[in-house]
Ligand binder design. Structure first.
Ligand code: HEM
Ligand code: SF4
Ligand code: SF4
Length: 495
């Protein structure tokens, strides 16, 4: 959070690269794919011609072939960094459990395929680095004993590496990225409205950065491969090859143990304690009119619209898939029936959270209003954003929800219409940081009147403040509240 806050200053929340690591990895993939196609056009796929063709494109066509080669390399390296940061971020923010298990789980083969694609690319240059990496990889594979003949035998003496085997290596380097792309598609398949493209400025900025790097420090080869010699000095690409020195030191068996052990541990993480599973949302058919708003707003694709099953004169009804529901409550905020302006017995909505239903939400709102005192400010916040439970500003009291998107806009109207309430402050996770993915976005759009159910026009917007912040922004919230208080006092004085 502190790192993100530091990046927020120059980039702003929406362009903060730390929040865009998944989308940037996608974008870098496209750079790698396009530059790879160009490099392939100039590439000679024979053992004898490969090195020469790469040298030619680097030296004779440095302005295009050379730049494309460098883009191909640097964007591939960047994919390792952005993927590692993306993985770490999802882990640190605890966004890998429950319904997110599928996305996390499918991330693990992505690591393998990214490395297969990257390492196999280095083979094709057929320089001394390629020789070292190809032989190391084959010896590592041979340890498994699944190939009749040791594959590393292809690299014993000059002439043992045939064009056919080399073409096979070229195919591996083409199919591994294609498979990577396929798994990337599966990876985001269960994410509803996945964001796979970074903001344009960030994309252009990083592309520009690669071009500058390509011109300032073009990718080069390290002398032609020579199977009669063991390469003595090599510059490894540490992003892809950090395990090769480990292989040299430990040998194949322990490295297999490490690679498989880490993969299994990563894959099993969504099921590691602490496991908590709040009760999923529940549809109340006698209140649901099949308007589809909850279906459109659910960030986890947990709601489907099914043909009506209760004979009421509506075409559809909402159905919750309990396995996909994170109990964020955003659907409660979407449902037009979720309004507090009704008598207690009638306070049932179309879709509700068993652990915090609409009636409890209104009771808690009422209690918060009383605790804030007069003239009071009521803060609606979220369990993942800035902690509002212990605000000690006088005349302020907070109510925390599973996600700020759970708050139906009519509750803002309701709260402001209560005697003694001076203002309402809404807070939740920062832009692009929402734990429930879309809660802060839907809230913004509902307040702005561009998403149903929207905040009624009659609500005095001067008495409403919105403050998106992360958990570490307690001090900033306090100063925002003081500023809000001063503004409210001015309104009270008729200024
Ligand atoms: C080639 C590498 C990868 C790419 C291109 C990629 C891309 C993405 C994208 C675009 C999203 C959707 C973001 C959104 O709209 O909310 C996403 C989500 C996610 N990724 Fe990755 N990812 C990669 C690797 C990984 C790895 C290695 C892991 C972990 C093992 C991982 C874990 C996750 C998780 C848990 C989410 C779900 C977040 C949520 O539902 O809020 N990803 N990824
Ligand atoms: S609680 Fe959240 S995840 Fe569950 S159905 Fe409602 S919007 Fe979807
Ligand atoms: S938003 Fe409410 S009324 Fe509309 S489909 Fe969902 S549960 Fe039914």
């Amino acid at each position: 959070m502190y790192a993100e806050a530091a990046f927020d200053r120059p980039f702003g929340p929406a362009w903060n690269p730390l929040r865009q690591m998944g989308t940037l990895t996608f974008f870098y993939f496209w750079i790698v794919a396009i530059s790879g196609i160009y490099v392939y056009i100039l590439f000679d796929t024979t053992v004898g011609g490969a090195y020469r063709s790469v040298e030619q494109m680097t030296n004779q066509q440095w302005y295009l072939g050379g730049v494309m080669r460098s883009l191909h390399r640097y964007a591939s390296d960047a994919m390792v960094i952005s993927m590692a940061l993306h993985l770490s971020r999802e882990f640190i923010f605890d966004r890998y459990r429950d319904v997110r298990w599928f996305t996390w789980f499918t991330g693990v083969p992505l690591i393998w395929f990214l490395f297969i694609a990257g390492v196999s690319g280095y083979w094709l240059v057929w320089d001394m680095l390629a020789q070292y990496v190809a032989i190391g990889s084959m010896e590592w594979l041979d340890w498994l004993g699944i190939f009749g003949e040791p594959v590393a035998n292809n690299f014993l003496v000059p002439g043992s590496l045939t064009d056919r085997f080399f073409t096979l290596m070229v195919f591996l380097h083409i199919f591994a990225p294609l498979f990577l792309l396929f798994i990337m598609w599966i990876h985001v398949m269960r994410v509803s409205r996945p964001k796979v493209n970074p903001p344009r400025g960030l994309a252009l900025g990083s592309l520009g950065m690669f071009v500058v790097l390509a011109l300032a420090s073009p990718a080069t080869s390290q002398g032609p491969a020579d199977l009669t010699q063991v390469p003595a000095t090599l510059n490894l690409d540490w992003f892809y090859m950090f395990l090769y020195p480990v292989f040299d030191k430990w040998g194949a068996g322990p490295l297999w143990g490490l690679a498989i052990g880490v993969s299994v541990m990563l894959a099993a993480m969504p099921w590691m304690p602490p496991l908590r599973r709040p009760k999923p949302a529940r549809v109340y058919l006698d209140k649901c009119n099949g308007c589809t708003r909850c279906f459109e707003d659910c960030p986890f694709g947990a709601i489907t619209m099914a043909p009506r099953s209760d004979g009421r004169p509506f075409e559809q009804e909402a159905v919750v898939d309990a396995d996909l529901c994170t109990s964020c409550g955003i659907c409660v905020g979407s449902c037009p029936i979720s309004t507090p302006f009704r008598s207690s017995e009638k306070l049932v909505t179309g879709i509700d959270l068993p652990d915090l239903n609409l009636k409890q939400l209104r009771d808690r709102t009422q209690r918060t209003i009383e605790q804030a005192g007069k003239p009071g400010i009521v803060v609606f916040g979220c369990d993942y954003g800035v902690d509002i439970k212990n605000i000690d500003n006088p005349g302020v009291h907070g109510l925390s929800l599973p996600c700020i998107g759970m708050l139906p806009p009519s509750f803002i109207d309701y709260t402001l219409s209560q005697d003694g309430v001076d203002g309402v402050l809404i807070t939740g996770c920062k832009e692009c940081e929402c734990f429930s993915r879309l809660g802060n976005r839907w809230t913004t759009e509902r307040i702005a009147g561009i998403r149903d159910p929207y905040l009624r026009k009659r609500v005095d917007r001067r008495r409403l403040e919105v403050f998106w912040a992360s958990r570490i922004n307690g001090k900033e919230l306090k100063s925002e509240l003081s500023k809000f208080r001063r503004n409210l006092d001015k309104i009270g004085d008729g200024q």
